[in-house]
Design a protein. Structure first.
Length: 124
């Protein structure tokens, strides 16, 4: 529980540790194993253009290892300038829930746009 709270904390407890040269190998391992504020805050960033925000990854609340394993990790050791979902494409609840399964339309598959059309048709 401490790791989850620490990853969501406003206190950037990992930032000073990145600056201590002899801790560099330890922090390399830590940030690839558990969620740190820098890795998890990138998931909540507002602007993709800041080079830190990675809303399509860095999902780990406890074990960041899963993001590393499945290729959704984005490690910068920096923090987003602001948080939220501004500048991101609007999505329905159904699209958000289906995104992990249908992230995009691949030839012959159903992506979020197709699911949105189906969902919009069901509401009409």
């Amino acid at each position: 529980m401490a790791v989850i709270v620490g990853a969501h904390s406003d206190v950037a407890w990992d930032e000073p540790l990145y600056k201590i040269k002899w801790l560099s190998p330890v922090m390399w391992l830590v940030e690839r194993t558990i969620s740190t504020p820098a890795t998890h805050h990138a998931h909540h960033g507002r602007h993709k253009s800041d080079g830190v925000t990675h809303y399509k990854g860095n999902f780990g609340n406890l074990l960041f290892f899963w993001d590393v394993l499945f290729g959704t990790a984005h490690i910068t050791r920096r923090y987003p300038d602001s948080y939220g979902v501004e500048n991101l494409a609007p999505a329905t609840l159904g699209q958000q829930l289906a995104w992990p399964i249908f992230p995009e339309n691949k030839e012959g598959g159903h992506g979020v746009k197709e699911l949105a059309a189906v969902e919009a048709g069901a509401e009409a």
